[in-house]
Ligand binder design. Structure first.
Ligand code: AMP
Ligand code: MG
Length: 428
């Protein structure tokens, strides 16, 4: 915790956590902490490969190799202003008059050099004439024929020196950086017309449940609109991967098996629903009976039931069906797995959230034995980030994920009190 303020809960809380945790049956670890879950998932990382794209197609792609500059930036000493290139020593007395020997223009012929008592007209970005060491802004000059009167300061600071930004061979864009517009411009500045980026892994998304119907269609009794696959697809894409969204599967082992077999050709599979304790939790059952499970249940609230394993060798996350839970588990488990697998840069790579320290404006209950991620609204005030809660926190309440913009990261068995500074995720 950021402020070191923790409020341990009394031990009656442990009753809630005594489900099989830390047990391992048939190689399956049950009730693991988040760190352990990520460690186990990393035994089956996404495969990483790369390909070349030109700069026009590089937006939001991720660099697979660092980029070094192919040129000095700037390439030569040049002017930061439109004006006159002069010798500073000529311009010490006010209203000095110099004779104009020519013009230096960006992309033009090499300019003439200047001697004492001379000046050369110069444009922004044009090379500095031999013999000059300062620039006078055009606003501070008065031209009469081939003579110029200097009415303002001659500044060396208006010269952009060769390689003052970057030298040839200098690495300026690291491996794993998300190519923002500024990164793309810098790649161009450095002379790269083509950049090598990480191939987008194809991640299959499969919702499960007899009750699910795609939005936009008339509902029959007992049916609800399916939303998880849409949320997961956009999260997958925000993490730099290609989402392969499949229509939702019914709660039938045969249908599930056939669909999973089809999707096993992708680089990974995300399912939602069917991983709890119920009789109809068939993702868990089919993975137990026919797949390989590394862990089942993670000590998270919300989002306790996820499992991870492989189906026909393809990594598979079985995410909870409750809409908030599936989103939250993606944030804390799947996104870091993608980022680590593909070697995303910690600061500059694709990410969905930022870790921040927030001051609680109200008491917030933690969870016995689990990392507690309550939805919070984070706002900046007087140089601090303040956190409050608004709507109710049910794991089926998707509106709460929109009414809030963050999640607490209260450690297991720890309540937050008004005024505490705690760690949180600010969702971007
Ligand atoms: P399950 O884990 O399958 O028992 O699902 C838990 C809850 O989440 C149930 O109320 C489901 O109706 C709901 N649910 C499961 N999958 C989805 C989905 N794809 N979209 C919206 N709600 C879902
Ligand atoms: Mg279900």
């Amino acid at each position: 915790m950021a402020g070191g303020l923790t409020h341990p809960r009394p031990s009656f809380a442990m009753r809630e956590t005594d489900f099989n945790h830390r047990q391992s049956r048939g190689g399956v670890e049950h009730g693991v902490y988040l760190d352990r879950a990520l460690e186990l998932a990393m035994r089956h990382p996404l495969r990483r490969s790369s390909h070349d794209v030109d700069l026009d197609s590089a937006r939001n792609r991720v660099l697979s190799h660092s980029l070094e500059s192919l040129v000095d930036d700037p390439r030569f000493d040049n002017s930061a202003m439109d004006g006159f290139a002069v010798r500073a020593s000529d311009c010490i007395t006010p209203k000095v008059e110099l004779s104009i020997v020519g013009t230096s223009q960006a992309g033009g012929d090499p300019p003439p050099g200047i001697s004492a008592g001379e000046a050369c007209r110069i444009m922004t970005g044009a090379p500095l004439p031999e013999g000059s060491d300062a620039i006078v802004m055009v606003e501070d000059t008065e031209v009469r024929g081939d003579r110029v009167t200097i009415n303002g300061p001659a500044r060396m600071g208006y010269i952009r020196k060769r390689a003052e930004n970057l030298s040839i061979g200098q690495e300026a864009l690291p491996t794993g950086a998300l190519l923002s517009p500024a990164c793309i411009a810098l790649a161009g500045t450095m002379g790269h017309g083509v950049v090598r980026v990480i191939q987008k892994p194809r991640i299959a998304i499969l919702s499960t449940g007899d009750e699910l119907v795609q939005p936009g269609v008339r509902l029959e009794a007992g049916q609800i609109y399916e939303s998880n696959s849409h949320a997961l697809a956009s999260l997958v894409e925000a993490m730099g991967c290609e989402a392969v969204r499949h229509e939702s599967a019914n709660d039938s082992l045969d249908e599930l098996r056939d669909t999973l077999d089809t999707l096993a050709g992708c680089d990974a599979i995300l399912t939602s629903g069917g991983v709890s304790m119920g009789d109809w939790d068939l993702v868990r059952r089919i993975m137990e009976e026919e797949g390989e499970i590394s862990f089942w249940r993670v000590r998270l609230r919300p989002g306790g039931p996820p499992l991870f394993g492989t189906w026909r060798g393809t990594p598979l996350f079985g995410l909870p069906g409750n809409p908030v839970s599936s989103l939250v588990v993606f944030h804390v488990l799947v996104a870091p797995w993608i980022a680590k697998s593909l070697g995303y840069h910690e600061e500059m790579g694709p990410r969905l959230s930022r870790r921040v320290s927030v001051t609680l404006e109200e008491d917030i209950l933690g969870a016995p034995g689990k990392l507690c991620m309550r939805r919070i609204r984070i706002r900046s005030e007087d140089g601090r980030l303040l956190a409050t809660t608004h709507t109710h926190q049910g794991s089926g309440n998707m509106h709460s994920m929109v009414a809030h913009n963050g999640l607490t990261l209260l450690p297991p068995d720890t309540d937050g009190r008004r005024g505490d500074i705690i760690e949180a995720m600010w969702i971007l």
